[in-house]
Design a binder for this molecule. Structure first.
Ligand code: SAM
Length: 472
């Protein structure tokens, strides 16, 4: 029985509800009157239900799809302006006892190099990341209670936060580790993490069980209910995602929005972010073995519809996607991207030798952070290294109220400019710096409140003199 308020996975992600939603979407995909009314509702920035959004996803009318794209672009501009937040993943260990069929970490894979970073190696990786200019990391690990217990993850987080190399600092550590207990989530919250990220992989229980034949991750309900436990443990910001390609995308899309609705219904706050990874080639993994791959146009449509369905939720795109695809979906609603990522365990400090491959998947966008920053600015975006919100206690519903009150432009905008300025002073190439300085000059004018503009201008001068870490 479908019930968004239930704490049982099979009730808030009810299979019958998804199937009925897809049937409703099919029946109405040419119902232009309904589609236009849904688009009108989306324009009012109140978001869409999974049923409404599924109708738009099913619609094949070219004019209306263009309208969806235009609306997504508009909403993205209204909520996120032209800022794009930057981050990098840090793989700490690929030891894993699960059997995930799409992931090279699965325990039966005997040819992948198994690695676990020591604290000294973490230190070297973090310094290498700081030297590129990163301020925000996502720590990633396989699931292995013996090799990667929570104490190991906590130690890594502590190490990461403790390193201050030259002007560098990692100011926000997000965590992408396997589903765990309320008690362990509380430990992560106490360690000062940013977002807890966990991809559902697939919302279809039957497929989920086939794709995760053994190991702790094989328990669909335990995995699907993880975000509720995380929130119970005091983590305010959680990040959802599905791995597109495993199951029918329309099923996943409805499930993802139902999960967001569930979090809103139970905890009063939706997900902080949604990630949209697609299955990639990896050691022992051929993406063509999965029948549900989606083309770039469908992928773009999904991103645009996530943007208009949950306007207050950030959207993340990784280097799994090429420069070209990233360019398209950033315009349609993505607010956060990774840059210069390595998916190997170690590899930032020193590239890993070819015969020792520990990567999780192939990366498509292989550019340096400086190149990515320059590219974004040339496209008219402000790369932001801001981490202010959670450090100022603006998490969960407090972040949402900042969005809803329209104060983002007086807060996130100057923060983006100041952190970009730090990047330009400390890490950028000459070319990037020139483009960035001109961009900051022009963008200062877009801070609405005069007082904030003045303080920001002053801070920018202080950054030039060597001071760091200003924030609103
Ligand atoms: N082990 C943790 C878990 O089970 O959630 C951490 C996640 S793992 C380090 C990060 C994510 O990478 C997974 O949730 C999965 O969606 C994604 N992933 C795994 N194999 C992949 C592949 N072949 N291509 C693209 N993404 C993949």
């Amino acid at each position: 029985m479908y019930n968004p308020k239930s704490l049982k996975a099979e009730e808030f992600i009810d299979d019958d509800e998804i199937k009925e939603t897809l049937a409703y979407a099919d029946a109405n995909k040419d119902n232009f009157e309904l589609i236009d009314s849904i688009l009108e509702k989306a324009k009012r920035l109140k978001g869409l239900s999974h049923r409404e959004a599924s109708v738009l996803l099913a619609c094949e009318d070219a004019d209306r799809i263009e309208k969806m794209y235009a609306l997504a672009e508009q909403i993205k501009k209204d909520f996120y302006g032209n800022r794009i937040v930057m981050f990098a993943p840090l793989y700490s260990s690929n030891y894993c006892i699960n059997g995930c069929k799409y992931c090279p970490y699965h325990i039966a894979n005997k040819h992948i190099a198994r690695k676990k970073l020591t604290q000294e190696e973490i230190r070297k990786e973090v310094i290498a990341l700081q030297d590129m200019g990163h301020k925000r990391l996502a720590i990633e690990a396989g699931e292995d209670p013996q090799n990667n217990p929570i104490e190991y993850i906590l130690e890594c987080i502590k190490t990461i936060y403790s390193i201050k190399h030259k002007n560098g600092a990692i100011r926000r550590v997000n965590v992408n580790i396997a589903a765990t207990t309320v008690e362990e989530y509380r430990m992560l919250a106490d360690a000062g993490i940013g977002t807890y990220i966990l991809f559902q992989e697939t919302y279809n229980k039957k497929s989920y069980e086939e794709l995760h034949p053994y190991g702790p991750k094989s328990n669909y309900a335990y995995h699907t209910e993880a975000m509720d436990r995380a929130m119970e443990g005091g983590i305010d910001d959680v990040g959802l995602g599905v791995l597109f390609g495993l199951e029918l995308y329309r099923y996943e899309f409805a499930g993802l929005l139902m999960h967001a609705e569930h979090l809103e219904a139970v905890h009063g706050v939706g997900p902080h972010t949604i990630s949209v990874p697609r299955v990639k080639h990896a050691d022992d993994i051929d993406p063509d073995t999965f029948d549900n791959g989606i083309d770039d146009d469908t992928f773009a449509k999904i991103c645009a519809l996530i943007r208009i369905s949950v306007p207050y939720t950030g959207m993340i795109i990784s280097t799994r996607e090429s420069q070209q695809v990233r360019e398209k979906v950033i315009r349609l609603g993505v607010s956060q991207i990774s840059g210069a990522s390595r998916t190997s365990v170690g590899g930032y400090y020193e590239p890993e030798p070819e015969e020792e491959n520990s990567e999780q998947f192939d990366v498509s966008d292989k550019r340096t952070l400086d190149e990515v920053v320059k590219w974004l600015m040339e496209l008219g975006y402000i790369p932001s290294f801001c981490t202010a919100c959670y450090r100022e206690g603006r998490t969960g519903d407090r972040f949402m109220s900042l969005c809803k009150s329209g104060q983002i432009q007086n807060c996130c905008h100057p923060n983006a400019l100041m952190t970009l300025k730090e990047f330009l002073c400390d890490y950028a190439s000459e070319d990037t710096r020139k483009i960035g300085e001109a961009l900051i000059d022009a963008e200062l004018a877009n801070i609405p409140r005069e007082k904030v503009r003045e303080v920001c201008r002053e801070n920018l001068m202080n950054i030039e003199k060597g001071m760091r870490d200003f924030r609103f």
